[in-house]
Design a protein around this ligand. Structure first.
Ligand SMILES: Nc1ncnc2c1ncn2[C@@H]1O[C@H](COP(=O)(O)OP(=O)(O)OP(=O)(O)O)[C@@H](O)[C@H]1O
Ligand SMILES: [Mg+2]
Length: 303
């Protein structure tokens, strides 16, 4: 094999992050991710998922250890070199972070700002080629017909798809997603995860995505990495994992009875939400089948 095939896209070794004497957000984390892999980070609130993602694009500096991304030592880069690396790493967030009063198209175009000089005020200030590119990405996420609508008039799922189109404007090689579906209903969550997976496969993107929803993690990840109190306690292929094994996984991720109870509550809430959504969709369309039973739910985006 050539070196490019064997070199991991993300290479984290002995990463420790201490915010204070009492807060160790990450503790000696080792993680290597290969090109094209889709890794889901699972862990309870406060386990260090966001902190880990923020180290991967250099938003945080390690207390100890190293973070390599695309062959570059992120933890030692600064200035133009760090900006250069960040431009190759897309980031999407739970709250989408769109500029509400601007149009969908302007929000997508803002993803290209790193490559442009100076601020932009209004659509006419962007080069035509970039506008065409942005419209192409909107088509890809199924929202071309919304290009000139105000971003804050879209549904949550649509806004997250706009955020994905915006991230694609950078032509990223790595996509980081911090709880991208945490504020979405189950159906929109499935659509957004399907879209991320489809784009990753087509573009050969490497994805690291934190999720709370265990079922989604099993359905969409190639590999599941579990964090507990900042330590990496689980690293396993997602394929073949059954629902019955989920509690056991979380059981290993959780350490105390309170944590296990929190997980149990989370799973119950998810189940209730899904049943409610299913009941609602059946009342709209009695022939509807559960989303997870539809073949399209795993493999392709449904607009
Ligand atoms: N800037 C900061 N200053 C101090 N402590 C921090 C900071 N950022 C994170 N922490 C602490 O580090 C730990 C890990 O936080 P992190 O946000 O990474 O968890 P998380 O797994 O993303 O949680 P959640 O699921 O709630 O988003 C927590 O104890 C948190 O309070
Ligand atoms: Mg977080």
């Amino acid at each position: 094999m050539t070196e490019s095939l064997t070199t991991p896209v993300i290479d984290i070794a002995g990463l420790t992050k201490r915010y204070s004497e009492h807060t160790t957000a990450l503790n000696a984390v080792d993680l290597r991710v290969s090109q094209g892999e889709i890794v889901v980070l699972l862990g309870l609130s406060g386990s260090g998922k966001s902190t880990l993602l923020r180290h991967i694009n250099g938003l945080e500096t390690p207390s100890e250890g190293s973070v390599g991304v695309l062959g570059q030592p992120v933890s030692r880069l600064s200035g133009a070199k760090l900006r250069g690396l960040r431009s190759r790493v897309g980031f999407i967030f739970q709250q989408f972070e769109l500029v509400g009063p601007l149009t969908v198209l302007e929000n997508v175009l803002s993803g290209a700002l790193g490559a442009l000089r100076g601020p932009r005020l209004g659509l006419f200030t962007y080069p035509a080629a970039l506008k065409r590119k942005a419209l192409g990405h909107l088509e890809r996420v199924g929202l071309l017909d919304r290009a000139y609508q105000r971003a804050d008039t879209l549904s949550g799922g649509q806004q997250q798809r706009v955020a994905i189109a915006r991230a694609l404007m950078q032509d990223p090689e790595v996509l980081l997603a911090d709880e991208p579906v945490a504020s979405l209903d189950p159906e929109s969550s499935m659509q957004v995860m399907a879209l991320i997976r489809e784009i990753a496969a087509t573009d050969g993107l490497t994805v690291v995505c934190s999720l709370h929803q265990v079922d989604l993690a099993i359905s969409w990840a190639d590999r599941i990495v579990g964090l507990r109190h900042g330590e990496l306690v689980l690293d396993t292929p997602a394929e073949g994992l059954t629902r019955a094994e989920v509690m056991e996984i979380y059981g290993r991720v959780a350490t105390s009875t309170e944590e296990l109870e929190a997980v149990d509550r989370e799973l119950r809430t998810e189940l209730q939400q899904r049943e409610q959504a299913q009941a609602e969709s059946e009342s709209r369309d009695p022939s509807a089948t559960p989303a997870q039973d539809q073949p399209s739910a795993r493999g392709e985006f449904v607009s």
